[in-house]
Ligand binder design. Structure first.
Ligand code: PEP
Ligand code: MG
Length: 849
């Protein structure tokens, strides 16, 4: 033992063995008491330590947690000290993290780096660490933490844990991210360790990257083993999870196979051109020379800083990135569907990887800066993934790197920015190994006319963004792509996912002709987008856009929007790390109104809760958030959220064209909620001497639909949120990975609720709109119009197809369609009615992916 080599004294008085705290907070308080008794900290520092837990994760990994206070409370530290609480039974630290050694740190500066370094070294020697969890003498702990180097684990044959079973991988595409996430979830629920061994390679089943790095392929034999108090149950549970996934994996693979064999749609060259086949990602044809960009990893400078500052910066960057990915997933789920949103959820899961974070911490405690350490950890994980022979798994490397770059940009904003400089001046088809979303979003569209990547998938960020940008794109073209010589003439067909090389003059002429045809078609659509959605017999349906920010309004208008029928204001909160002030909200609403230039704007009051969690509001965790304090329920409980928003809205109303602004409230269930919200509106309006504003409610809860005739008396309009109405009516979590497809808004049960809402509203002369996803489906829109819905609000890109469909119909036919749909027994039967009523043919299908 050599305490004098440490800058923080390690004292026997500061070690407590065999502690049994009931929970994490009690554990922190108990460890903190030791520090208080030793005169290391002011008692007020304990609260700071507890608060720190809300701001960041102090679990270092492998059963070790390092609670410490907030940086700003450092003056409450009287002298450096470290208290060690040994909890042999463990205490739940965070979800699925159990701490057995709680090393509470009181440090005015970075004096405890030496101890952390020893801790991280100990973590590489699990046997020794496990012995410390049950050691019976303080000296053993003090000794281990004081040694300059921990004894390295002797290398030996990979061993299994107590309970084991063998399994042969029968997932056709191997263990890729989706099933691996399910394994991780099951493993994390277990109190002990769970490990997967393939030959000599062993992975901790609680970490996604480690699992993926095994590179398991169909036919590989593995041993799954578990230890701890419930080892046998854990092993049985793991077996259940692993084998239950087989059927789905095989069905998915069969579906993919069928799709791959289906004849490709798109452009066919008149001559037999050599082509590189990939996966279609974004439709359209691009003609030009290729330009190959081999994106080098960014040079990340090593800027060491104190461990506390660096740790804070890292944790904050991780938190912010999680929020950003959550917002992205929510938004994508609404715009493109749950499958696409799943990419972002899976990316966020990569951030929970304790190996990645522990590795970063290890590098930091060795004296490197947080940015450099993070980058190193990400690169080594990604390199291992990229080296795997299975392309599906190897593609995860780009996800990891992409997430890594997001975090890095938060740690060090100077490292933000794309990697695509030095493009040729003349337009080119850009070829890259893979592109991050940031790269894709930042592309210079004057210079890039098409995109082909060696890696990636049709649901990658790159593909999603390319579609949004209207840029023809293919992905997963393989190494043949990056081997092309710069300047090779090519034609990229983003619809079939093919890059044709060295086209002849005949091919070029044909391709130019095809592009011209498409252009004329689009121009026609463009012209018609501006026309009202008036049926052949003169019934007009108002078409709005679901838009959250003023800068999105011009695009919505250019697509033919006549209004904004839903501004989801929670995104003002979700896209940033703090709550926007009343003034900031006012400026946003004012800018929305200005961008709409007198057209109607319906602002929905904050719909927080459910799937839209805002971490910085620190709301209590709910077991069942979709049935919890969500939307109006939260607004009524938190005037500090409701009132600034209403004030900002009424201030905007004072300046707006009369009637341009309407307010609506989400998740209304009862009349009492409407009355309370109306009262708040009236009070604030009077205080501000603002004009009256139409007040509406979202009909998303079946109770509101059933009671529509009673509620209609008290509101000016209804807007039906079919996404939620469907999930509540059919009892299907709209984000459930397996069930989400069953949350079909065309189910007759949902249609009947919509009809009830319309009838209830009509009784009091109120109008009804729909702003859920089904409004943007041309057939859904036709049905809704037939059911008596007067306004439809949707994602801007859906507008042209919906307008075409309505214009090609008569109200009489739509009413008849609605009547027949209400009589159907199943959602499929409703959909089958589409075949017989689609006058508009394929209108609008171009945008669908
Ligand atoms: C809905 O539920 O249909 C709706 C439009 O609201 P959100 O999707 O924001 O919950
Ligand atoms: Mg909703």
């Amino acid at each position: 033992m050599a305490p004098d080599t440490l800058s923080v004294p390690l004292l026997p008085d500061l070690v407590r063995l065999g502690a049994t705290p009931a929970g994490k907070e009690e554990a922190i308080r108990e460890a903190a008491q030791l520090l208080i008794a030793a005169g290391c900290i002011d008692p007020a520092y304990v609260d700071s330590m507890i608060r720190r837990e809300g701001a960041a994760n102090t679990f270092l990994g492998h059963g070790v947690a390092i609670p410490h206070g907030m940086v700003e409370d450092r003056e409450l530290v009287r002298r450096n000290g470290i208290a060690i609480l040994q909890i042999p039974q463990g205490v739940r630290w965070n979800e699925e993290q159990t701490a057995r050694l709680v090393v509470a740190i009181a440090a005015r500066s970075d004096a405890h780096i030496a101890v952390l370094r020893r801790l991280t070294r100990l973590m590489q020697d699990e046997e020794r660490l496990n012995a410390l969890f049950i050691a019976t003498a303080p000296a053993l702990l003090l000794g281990a933490l004081s040694e300059e180097t921990a004894a390295p684990t002797p290398a030996g044959p990979a061993a299994d844990l107590a309970e084991r079973f063998e399994w042969t991988v029968d997932y056709p595409t191997g263990l890729h991210a989706r099933p691996a996430s399910a394994w991780v979830e099951a493993a994390r629920a277990a109190p002990g360790r769970v490990q997967i061994r393939h030959g000599d390679q062993v992975a901790d089943a609680k970490t996604l990257v480690a699992l993926l790095q095994l590179g398991l392929r169909m036919g590989d034999r593995v041993v799954v083993s578990a230890d701890g108090a419930e080892a046998a149950t854990t092993a049985a549970r793991m077996k259940g999870v692993i084998t239950r996934l087989t059927a789905k994996e095989q069905a998915d693979a069969a579906a993919a196979e069928r799709k791959a064999r289906a004849p490709v749609q798109g452009w066919t060259p008149p001559t037999a051109l050599p082509a590189i086949a990939g996966v279609a990602a974004s439709p359209g044809l691009a003609i030009g020379p290729v330009h190959v960009v081999l994106t080098a990893p960014p040079a990340v400078p090593d800027r060491p800083e104190s461990l506390i500052d660096g740790g804070n910066r890292l944790h904050e960057a991780l938190d912010r990135t999680r929020q950003q990915l959550k917002a992205l997933a929510d938004d994508t789920a609404r715009r493109l569907g749950p499958a696409e949103a799943g990419i972002f959820t899976a990316q966020a899961e990569l951030l929970n990887d304790t190996d990645l974070i522990t590795r970063t911490c290890q590098l930091m405690v060795e004296g490197h800066g947080p940015g450099w350490s993070w980058h190193e950890a990400v690169e080594s994980g990604a390199a291992a993934l990229a080296a795997l022979p299975n392309p599906v798994l190897a593609a995860r490397a780009s996800d990891l790197r992409d997430v890594g770059r997001r975090v890095l940009a938060r740690i060090d904003p100077s490292l933000r920015g794309g990697t695509l400089h030095d493009l040729p001046d003349t337009p080119c088809i850009l070829i890259a190994d893979d592109l991050s979303p940031s790269d894709t979003a930042g592309l210079d569209m004057a210079r890039v006319i098409g995109l082909a990547t060696a890696q990636g998938g049709p649901t990658s960020h790159t593909a999603i963004l390319a579609r949004t940008l209207g840029l023809p794109a293919m992905v997963a073209g393989g190494a043949a792509l990056t081997g092309l010589a710069n300047g090779t003439p090519a034609i990229l067909d983003g619809q079939s996912g093919r890059l044709f090389l060295n086209p002849t003059d005949t091919d070029l002429a044909a391709a130019h002709g095809w592009i011209e045809e498409q252009r004329v078609r689009r121009a026609l659509q463009e012209e018609r987008r501006g026309l009202p959605a008036r049926t052949r017999d003169g019934h007009a349906v108002e078409i709005g856009a679901n838009v959250n920010r003023p800068d999105q309004v011009p695009v919505a208008l250019s697509q033919g929007a006549e209004a904004v029928g839903l501004m989801r204001t929670e995104f003002l909160f979700l896209e940033r790390g703090d709550a926007p002030s009343e003034d900031e909200q006012f400026e946003t609403y004012r800018a929305m109104l200005a961008a709409l230039d007198g057209r109607p704007l319906i602002v929905r009051a904050l719909d927080i809760g459910g799937d839209k969690q805002v971490p910085h509001l620190h709301l209590p965790h709910e077991e069942n958030p979709f049935l919890g304090v969500r939307g109006a329920r939260l607004l009524l409980r938190q005037p500090e959220l409701l009132e600034p928003q209403l004030r900002a809205l009424y201030r905007a109303a004072r300046e707006a064209r009369p009637g341009a602004l309407s307010i609506m409230f989400p998740m209304i269930t009862t009349l009492a909620e409407i009355q309370a919200l109306r009262a708040a509106c009236n009070r604030i309006r009077a205080e501000l001497d603002a004009p009256a504003v139409p007040l509406g409610i979202m009909v998303e809860v079946p109770a509101a639909a059933v009671m529509a005739d009673a509620l209609a008396r008290h509101v000016d309009f209804f807007s039906i949120g079919t996404n939620d109405l469907t999930q509540y009516a059919l009892a299907v979590d709209r984000q459930h990975p397996e069930l989400a497809a069953e949350a079909d808004s065309l189910h007759p049960a949902v249609l009947r609720l919509i009809r009830m809402t319309v009838e209830g509203a009509e009784r009091h002369g109120r109008w009804v709109g729909v702003c859920g996803g089904i409004a943007g489906d041309p057939f859904g829109a036709a049905l809704l119009a037939g059911l008596g819905v007067r306004e439809l609000s949707m994602t801007p890109r859906d507008i042209p197809g919906v307008k075409d469909r309505l214009r090609d119909s008569s109200l009489t036919a739509l009413r008849d369609l609605a009547r027949r749909a209400l009589d159907c027994e199943t959602a499929d039967a409703v959909r089958a009615l589409d075949a017989g009523t689609s006058d508009a043919g394929a209108a609008g299908t171009e945008a669908a992916s």
